[in-house]
Write a protein of this length. Structure first.
Length: 254
């Protein structure tokens, strides 16, 4: 981070201790045994996919298969790209290649896999450990642009659009995602659709989201203290019957 960094009208506090998401997930995995793990969003252009494939697989193995969602984004701060030596203007193409590399490495065997692209180039690389009981993680794309919507249609398993879109633009982007997927020979009905929500959501609002094609709602609490946040989330879980049963790893319902 750097001083006076802004996303839209929001200034990002440079001294706020943003934790590394993958190190944080590994810590959470060690302290829990039911929580499923995921990112939302990981800035993919700023991670090398050969290293990232191994880090994600390691978390998944250590957590016994609980790393189950990788939501990625491009980032909107040119200073971040400069700090890690990435051309801000080409970060979209870089992310596209990185998605392909991740899946290739996860699916490869001891004979190795090869890739020759604009940003990444390697021959017969083997990446172990493998994911726990899976050949790939679902990769969802976050963003607020039509380019992000097209990326989902071409490569993603789901879309997590930003929270500041107008209803009309949000609907247009979801339709664009589905049409691009169909044109690419992919099944648009297999794509997931995530939206932000609050702990104050009503059952009627949730049903309205479902009617728009939403398959997952990510909720958070705006309370000041940890105890109040826990109460907010527990109240939401009780209202929608989301308390896990014995042996059930799911803490949310799609």
């Amino acid at each position: 981070m750097y001083p006076v960094a802004t996303v839209g009208a929001v200034e990002m506090p440079p001294s706020l201790p943003y934790a590394d998401p993958l190190d944080l997930l590994a810590f959470v995995a060690a302290a829990t045994d039911r929580l499923l793990l995921g990112t939302g969003v990981l800035l993919l252009p700023y991670h090398h996919p050969v290293v990232l494939a191994k880090r994600l697989a390691t978390i998944d193995v250590l957590s016994k298969g609980r790393m189950r969602l990788l939501t990625v984004g491009l980032g909107g701060l040119p200073g971040e790209a400069t700090a890690v030596g990435v051309d801000f203007r080409s970060r979209g193409r870089r992310a596209d290649e990185a998605i392909d590399v991740l899946r290739l490495l996860w699916g490869g065997d001891a004979d190795g896999v090869s890739f020759h692209g604009e940003f990444f180039d390697f021959e017969r690389v083997c990446s172990f450990p493998k994911l726990h009981g899976a050949t790939a993680l679902p990769i969802h794309v976050g963003g607020s642009s039509r380019a992000a919507a097209r990326r989902v249609g071409l490569r993603g398993d789901g879309y997590f659009p930003g929270g500041r879109l107008t209803p009309d633009e949000r609907a247009a982007q979801w339709e664009l995602t589905r049409s691009v997927a169909a044109e690419a020979g992919r099944d648009p009905d297999a794509l997931e659709y995530t939206r932000w929500g609050s702990t104050e959501l009503s059952a009627q609002r949730v049903e309205a989201y479902a009617a728009q094609g939403v398959t997952r709602i990510v909720v958070g609490s705006g309370a000041d203290t940890l105890a109040e946040q826990r109460d907010d989330l527990s109240g939401f879980a009780d209202r929608f019957g989301l308390r896990p049963t014995k042996g059930d790893q799911r803490l949310s319902r799609q």
